[in-house]
Design a protein. Structure first.
Length: 737
C-alpha cells in the first residue's frame, strides 16, 4: 500500500504538468472564441464558415437545410456533407448559438474529444497515466492535426479514431459481458457519429487502423469469435449514420468525382523525400517537397510530429533490450511503416493498386494516411517517455558512452540542414524541382532536435529536472510548429469584418447571382451577404452539362454580375428567375444546341415534350410568372398562360425536386441540361417546387430504426443478464475485469 501511495505521489507532478501543457496548447484554439473572432485560413473562410452560415440561417428560419440556391445555381448542400448537418452537436450549436461561437466551439470540441480519446486508448493499452497523457498530447497537437485545422470535418472524423480503437479493444478483449455490451454500443455510436461529420475518406483511414488493430489482437490471442460482434457493431453504426451516408452517396453519384482519372485519385501523393522532415523540418523552403502544382498545399504533406517523436526512435533502439512492451512497439512500428507507404500514393506502389477499388477511386490525397503515421509515432513517443520517466524515478543512470545513439538524430539533422543550405541556390536543385532552405532558415529546428536529444540524454543520466523541462519543450515544439501555420495567411477576424471585406460587386443586391473569377478563396464569403455564387467552392462538385464559366451559360443561369480582371461587370440579357417558354426542343447535345437557339424563346430538354405550341411573336401570349415564395428547397410561383407552357427556373435540377401544380403532381423537367422546370397548363395555377430527395428520407428512417435496435440490444445485454458474467476463462491468478 505504501508503495502504491508513493507511486501515485510520483505520478502526480508529471500528469499535472502535462495537463497544464495541454491546457496551454488549447489556448490558441480558444482565443478566437474569447475575442469574438473566427479562424479564416484557407477552407475555413472559403468553405466551412459559409456552409455553416447557410445551415444556421435555415435552422433559425425553419427552412430546409438540405438544399441551398447559394452555390452552383443550387446545391444539395446536405449531401455534399462538409457541414455534418445531421450531427446532434452541430444541430445544437448552430440552432441556439451565434455563428461565431458555434463555429469556434465545433473546432474546440474536436480537439478536446481527440485528447480524451487518445489518453483513454493508451491507458487501455496499459500505459501509465503520465505516458498516456503524453502520448495523447503528442497526437492531438501533432503536425497533421494542427496543420489541418482548416479542414474542420476532417479533424472531427480523426477525433473518432481513438474512441473506435478503444471500443474495439474492449469488445475483443474484455472478459465482462456488460462491458462488452457497452463497447458494442460505443463502437456503433462512434461509427455513426463519424459518418455524420461527413468525410468518407477518413472512414477509410479508420478502417485501415481498425483492421490493423484487429489483426494484432487476434495474433496476441483475442478470441476470433468476437470479430462477428465487431462487424455487427460496425454495420449497425453504418446504419445509424445512414441519414448522412445515403445522401452523400446520392450526391457522389452525380458529382465530378465519378469521372476522375487515376492520376486525379493519386494527386497529393507524399514524395519519399519528405522523410527528411523528421530530422530537418525546414530543409525544404516551404517545409515540404511536392510537385509545383501542389507545393503550396503544405498541410497535406506534413511528416514532422515534433522532435521528441524523432528522438524517441533512437532512444528505443538504445533501450530495446530493456523494453517490456516489445509487442506493442513492433505493432506501432509496423503501423507507421504501412501508413507511410500508403501515404506515398503513386510513389509507394501499394495505393496505386488500391486506387482502382470502387470508392477509393473517387478519393484523392493519399498523403492523408500520414494521420495514421503520426498516431503510431505518438504511441511510440508515449512508450519512450514511459521508459525515460521510469529511469529517473528508479534513480538509474545510463553510462555516457552508451548514450551515443542520442547523437545520431542530431548529426542527421545538422547534415540535412547543411546540405540543404549548400544546394539551396544551385542549378542542380532547380533542375530536380527542389526548393531547399538556407542554413539560417533550417538551423533553428536542428537546434530544437539537439535540445530535445540533450534533455533525453540528461534524463537517461538520472537528472531529475530533465523530465519536466522535456515535457514543456515538447509542448512548445509541437504547438509552435502547428499554430505558426494555422495562424498564418488567414488571421483570426470578426465575422463582420470578414463580410465587409468580401470581394463582391459594389451595386449587387441581396439574392443576386454573381460569378467570381476565382472559385475558392474569400469570394465565397459573399454568401454571408446574401448573394449567390456560381460556381462557388465546394468539397464535392455536381457534374454539369454546361460550363458554368461560359458567358452563355451564365445568361441562362441568370448571373447578374461577372468578375472580369479586377472589376465587376453586369451580365447583359440574363434570364429572369422564372419564366414561361412555349417552345421546348429535344436535344442530345445541349452544349452545342444552346448556341444555335434564342435562349429567351426556346428551351432545350432531355426528352420530347408533347403539347407545347409554337412560339408566338406576341409577348403576352407567353403568359406571366409571379414568384410567391423563394426559399431554400421551396419555390412557389403563380403562373398565368393562355396555352400550355414550360415553366423554366434558374435553379439547378436534381432528381430530388418534386413539382405540384395546384393539387396535382407534375414531373420535374431537366431544362438546358442543368436547370429545373415543369409543364404548366393554361389558366392561372399555383406551382410549388419542393426539394425532398428519397436518399434523405430513407436515411432518416434507417437511422431511427437502427438507433432503436441499438437501444434494445444494449438493454437486453445489460439488464437481462447478470451484472458480471465471464465470457472468457480467466488465467490462473488473475481476476476478471
Amino acid at each position: 500500500m505504501a508503495l502504491m501511495t508513493g507511486t501515485r505521489v510520483l505520478l502526480r507532478p508529471q500528469v499535472r504538468l502535462i495537463a497544464l501543457c495541454c491546457a496551454a496548447l488549447l489556448v490558441p484554439l480558444f482565443l478566437p472564441l474569447l475575442t469574438g473572432r473566427v479562424f479564416t485560413k484557407d477552407d475555413l473562410a472559403a468553405l466551412h464558415l459559409p456552409f455553416r452560415y447557410l445551415y444556421r440561417e435555415a435552422l433559425r428560419a425553419g427552412d430546409s437545410f438540405l438544399w441551398t440556391p447559394a452555390y452552383r445555381s443550387g446545391l444539395y448542400l446536405y449531401g455534399e456533407g462538409e457541414a455534418g448537418m445531421a450531427h446532434p452537436l452541430h444541430l445544437l450549436l448552430y440552432r441556439f448559438l451565434p455563428l461565431g461561437p458555434a463555429f469556434n466551439l465545433e473546432i474546440i470540441s474536436t480537439y478536446i474529444a481527440m485528447l480524451m480519446g487518445t489518453g483513454l486508448l493508451l491507458r487501455r493499452l496499459e500505459l501509465p497515466a503520465e505516458a498516456a497523457a503524453f502520448g495523447a498530447m503528442a497526437f492531438t497537437f501533432s503536425g497533421f492535426n494542427l496543420f489541418n485545422l482548416m479542414h474542420v470535418n476532417h479533424i472531427a472524423a480523426v477525433a473518432h479514431m481513438p474512441w473506435l480503437l478503444l471500443g474495439t479493444h474492449v469488445l475483443l478483449t474484455s472478459r465482462d459481458r456488460r462491458r462488452c455490451a457497452w463497447a458494442f454500443a460505443g463502437v456503433a455510436l462512434a461509427v455513426g457519429s463519424q459518418l455524420l461529420v461527413g468525410n468518407p475518406q477518413y472512414v477509410w483511414l479508420t478502417l485501415v487502423v481498425l483492421g490493423f488493430m484487429v489483426l494484432c489482437l487476434l495474433y496476441a490471442g483475442a478470441p476470433s469469435s468476437r470479430v462477428p460482434l465487431l462487424l455487427a457493431a460496425g454495420m449497425l453504426g453504418a446504419l445509424i449514420g445512414a441519414v448522412q451516408l445515403l445522401p452523400t452517396l446520392d450526391f457522389a453519384r452525380e458529382s465530378t468525382r465519378v469521372t476522375w482519372s487515376q492520376d486525379q485519385a493519386l494527386s497529393f501523393s507524399l514524395s519519399p523525400l519528405n522523410v527528411v522532415q523528421l530530422w530537418s523540418p525546414f530543409a525544404f523552403q516551404f517545409r515540404i517537397h511536392a510537385p509545383a502544382s501542389e507545393a503550396f498545399i503544405v498541410h497535406e504533406f506534413i511528416v514532422y510530429n515534433g522532435a521528441f517523436c524523432t528522438v524517441a526512435l533512437f532512444w528505443l533502439a538504445l533501450r530495446w533490450r530493456q523494453r517490456t512492451r516489445r509487442g506493442l512497439l513492433i505493432a506501432l512500428f509496423a503501423l507507421a511503416g504501412i501508413s507511410f507507404v500508403l501515404a506515398m500514393g503513386r510513389y509507394g506502389g501499394v495505393y496505386v493498386w488500391l486506387a482502382h477499388l470502387p470508392g477509393l477511386r473517387t478519393l484523392r490525397a493519399p498523403a492523408r494516411h500520414l494521420v495514421l503515421f503520426q498516431l503510431a509515432l505518438s504511441g511510440i513517443a508515449a512508450i519512450a517517455f514511459e521508459d525515460v520517466v521510469g529511469l529517473v524515478r528508479r534513480g538509474e543512470k545510463i553510462e555516457i558512452r552508451r548514450l551515443w545513439p542520442m547523437a545520431v538524430p542530431v548529426a542527421i539533422s545538422v547534415a540535412a540542414t547543411l546540405l540543404a543550405g549548400a544546394f539551396s541556390q544551385s542549378s542542380w536543385a532547380a533542375a530536380h524541382g527542389l526548393s531547399l532552405s538556407s542554413v539560417t532558415r533550417a538551423a533553428p529546428w536542428s537546434i530544437v532536435i539537439a535540445g530535445i536529444a540533450g534533455l533525453v540524454a540528461m534524463a537517461g543520466r538520472g537528472v531529475p529536472w530533465a523530465v519536466p523541462v522535456l515535457i514543456v519543450a515538447v509542448a512548445f515544439d509541437q504547438g509552435f510548429w502547428g499554430y505558426s501555420y494555422a495562424y498564418r495567411w488567414g488571421p483570426v477576424q470578426r465575422i463582420a469584418d470578414l463580410v465587409a471585406n468580401a470581394n463582391v460587386p459594389p451595386d449587387a443586391q441581396r439574392g443576386d447571382l454573381i460569378a467570381p473569377s476565382i472559385e475558392g478563396g474569400l469570394g465565397n464569403v459573399a454568401v454571408l451577404r446574401g448573394l449567390r455564387l456560381t460556381p462557388g467552392y465546394t468539397g464535392l462538385a455536381s457534374s454539369s452539362v454546361l460550363d458554368p464559366t461560359d458567358a452563355l451559360t451564365q445568361q441562362i443561369a441568370g448571373v447578374a454580375w461577372r468578375e472580369s480582371g479586377t472589376t465587376w461587370v453586369r451580365v447583359p440579357d440574363s434570364m429572369p428567375r422564372a419564366r414561361l417558354v412555349s417552345v421546348a426542343r429535344y436535344s442530345i447535345d445541349v452544349k452545342a444546341d444552346a448556341r444555335r437557339i434564342d435562349i429567351s424563346r426556346v428551351a432545350l430538354v432531355d426528352r420530347p415534350v408533347q403539347g407545347l405550341a409554337e412560339w408566338s411573336a406576341e409577348p403576352d401570349k407567353h403568359g406571366s410568372v409571379r414568384i410567391m415564395e423563394d426559399r431554400p428547397g421551396s419555390i412557389v410561383l403563380e403562373t398565368t398562360a393562355a396555352r400550355r407552357q414550360l415553366l423554366t427556373l434558374t435553379e439547378r435540377f436534381h432528381g430530388g425536386w418534386r413539382a405540384m401544380q395546384d393539387d396535382r403532381e407534375r414531373e420535374a423537367t431537366r431544362v438546358y441540361g442543368d436547370f429545373l422546370g415543369c409543364i404548366v397548363d393554361p389558366g392561372r395555377h399555383l406551382v410549388r417546387f419542393t426539394f425532398a430527395p428519397a436518399s434523405f428520407s430513407a436515411g432518416v428512417r434507417t437511422s431511427l430504426a437502427s438507433l432503436a435496435a441499438l437501444i434494445l440490444t444494449l438493454v437486453s445485454s445489460t439488464l437481462l443478464c447478470g451484472p458480471r458474467v465471464t465470457l472468457i476463462s480467466t488465467p490462473s491468478g488473475k481476476k476478471p475485469e
